[in-house]
Design a protein around this ligand. Structure first.
Ligand SMILES: Nc1ncnc2c1ncn2[C@@H]1O[C@H](COP(=O)(O)OP(=O)(O)O)[C@@H](O)[C@H]1O
Ligand SMILES: [Mg+2]
Length: 413
């Protein structure tokens, strides 16, 4: 690990936006767009990447510089793993901050979920995805980091059908031990967050992530999240940042029902609105009863009942930073973890990588962002680069950007 950081404008290896050709749009987030790009120069000329562009105007207006630096640090520390998204370069210009990442041409899991029959996956495909997510989180936890925003939008499907966890914007580094230590900052996406995050001091540790894994498993298996009603009545799907008390509405549910188009909008909420989003978590017995008759195995029901537990100390995975309690649960009995790690596991679903996975039309946010960046370019607005942190002014990870294994996602030519 460890990258190269240059502060000099004259560095011949300095990386800039003009060194990349934009091929197509892959997705959009709260602060900008993500594009598939091809490097035009340098030792990795011709290599495909994903470029996440974060509009400085939006970042400044929302007072999110700290969050973006945090995302950079976590990507740098945790990205070097099979199932997490690698950061290859980070740089900035007057208008934006750019993250150059592993390209996952299949798009995000939300897209595939919405497209799939019944808006759910088979139990075997769900298990394959959840297994990789568990491994990705175990990797992050071993580095004392929490992701804190587990949801289908942040899981990317690669061209080979395997997944990568991305979007570390709400992640936190905990010292010194992720299972003993505790984070007191509110943050995440209501609907996926563990109940302890809604408590007064918001104290949580890595076990909170296993609750989110339970929510995601429920959604992938049954097409809905377990506690939708309570959450969606008030504020739809929101992503909350404590510092600003601003939430990101990722999809506005018109009728109080779950609906996600992936579009993102930011709104402000009060403390009491935040508390109103707190889900009423069923007891294990109630959940078991609710799952009766559903087309999922008894072991899957048991996995859900053991992860979707209100009290963190009684939840599967409590007390250790390892993911062994989850990996050893009956649902994964006989599961070929080794094959998954070696990427030789028979893959059930290979995405069509030629399809656009994002609807660029009829989208207010995209118009807004498009307008913003045009305006910034035209007025030639100058923003002091130091304000965005000279330390990560021009980052490149030589080791990663030259590794051939990362070419796995490049489209066939
Ligand atoms: N490396 C990538 N490869 C392919 N698509 C990506 C990649 N990174 C992000 N995306 C797409 O862009 C969307 C927004 O990116 P994300 O990092 O989640 O931004 P935000 O922090 O604003 O939510 C994702 O949901 C996904 O659809
Ligand atoms: Mg995201």
């Amino acid at each position: 690990m460890g990258g190269y950081v240059s502060k000099s404008d004259k560095d011949p290896e300095r990386v800039e936006q003009v060194h990349f050709n934009k091929e197509r749009m892959l997705g959009k987030g709260g602060f900008g767009k993500v594009h598939a790009v091809v490097k035009k120069v340098g030792h990795d000329k011709g290599k495909w990447y994903a470029m996440k562009t974060l509009d400085k105007k939006i970042l400044r207006k929302s007072n999110l510089l700290k969050e973006i630096k945090n995302e950079f640090e976590l990507l740098k520390d945790c990205g070097n793993f099979l199932f997490t998204c690698n950061l290859f370069y980070c740089f900035q210009d007057d208008t934006a901050v750019y993250f150059v990442l592993d390209l996952a041409l299949g798009g995000d899991m939300r897209y595939h979920l919405l497209k799939s029959k019944g808006r759910k996956f088979s139990e075997s495909l769900t298990k394959f995805y959840i297994a990789q997510l568990i491994l990705a989180l175990e990797h992050m936890h071993s580095l004392n980091c929490l992701h804190r925003d587990i949801k289908p939008d942040n899981l990317l499907v690669q061209a080979n059908g395997y997944i990568k966890l991305t979007d570390f914007g709400l992640g936190r580094k905990l010292l010194p031990n992720v299972s003993k230590g505790s984070c007191n900052e509110f943050g995440g996406t209501p609907g996926y967050m563990a109940p302890e995050l809604y408590q007064k001091n918001h104290a949580h540790n890595n076990t909170a992530e296993w609750f989110s894994v339970g929510v995601l498993s429920h959604e992938l298996l049954l097409s809905v999240r377990p506690y939708a009603e309570a959450v969606y009545k008030s504020v739809a799907t929101t992503r909350v940042r404590r510092s600003t008390r601003t939430v990101r509405v990722e999809s506005v549910a018109k009728s109080g029902k779950q609906d996600s188009t992936g579009s993102t909008k930011r709104v402000r909420v009060t403390e009491s609105e935040l508390l109103a989003m707190q889900p009423t978590v069923m007891t294990s017995d109630e959940l078991k009863e609710a799952l009766e008759g559903k087309e999922i195995s008894k072991k899957a029901v048991s996995f859900l009942c053991k992860t979707l537990v209100k009290e963190p100390t009684k939840r599967l995975g409590w007390g250790t930073e390892k993911a062994d309690p989850l990996k050893n649960h009956g649902w994964f009995e006989g599961f070929a973890w080794k094959q998954v790690m070696e990427q030789t596991f028979p893959v059930e679903y290979i995405p069509d990588t030629t399809e656009a996975n994002v609807d660029c039309d009829d989208n207010e946010l995209m118009d807004f962002l498009e307008h913003q960046s045009t305006r910034l370019t035209r007025s030639n607005s100058v923003i002091n680069v130091d304000e965005f942190g000279a330390l990560w002014f021009n980052y490149r990870d030589q080791e990663k950007s030259s590794s051939s294994s990362s070419r796995v996602n490049s489209p066939k030519t």
